[in-house]
Design a protein around this ligand. Sequence first.
Ligand SMILES: O=c1ccn([C@H]2C[C@H](O)[C@@H](COP(=O)(O)OP(=O)(O)OP(=O)(O)O)O2)c(=O)[nH]1
Ligand SMILES: [Mg+2]
Length: 144
Amino acid sequence: MNVKIINHSANPLPAYATSGSSGMDIRANLSKTFILLPMQRAAIPTGIFIELPEGYEAQIRPRSGLALKQGITCLNTPGTIDADYRGEIKVILINLSVEEQPINNGDRIAQLIIQRVVSVEWEPSIEINETQRGAGGFGHTGRS
Ligand SMILES: O=c1ccn([C@H]2C[C@H](O)[C@@H](COP(=O)(O)OP(=O)(O)OP(=O)(O)O)O2)c(=O)[nH]1
Ligand SMILES: [Mg+2]
């Protein structure tokens, strides 16, 4: 897949940490350290522009280590990268901790997952079919 990089840090490409990883860790592309204040959100640049094939999307998901250790997560998780988006991928981070959290250039701030997308065409109908669940939801199952 084609990728354009404007990141000059050591390991700019999103990369799988292990052969079995679902996501590729994606890094911050910053000229200087960015301090994320408590409850502050920011779109952190990655320096990565990708050319997704039609029928695919990329998702930006948080990293559990950052969430647990520093209270940093992606506000809009999972972030959606459309197949036709050619801008820079940005990661919308929020600091949910009570301390300031520094984001350094090259930090692995999120992970990128590539997935197939199914496109549908709507068929307006008077009725939709019946199922065992029906309209039950929001904790409906398992009640006696
Ligand atoms: O975490 C994210 C989410 C989105 N984007 C980029 C790629 C995506 O294709 C575009 C639009 O995202 P989305 O559809 O989530 O935002 P929107 O508010 O609906 O904007 P738009 O009207 O441009 O679709 O912004 C990112 O770089 N990072
Ligand atoms: Mg949109």
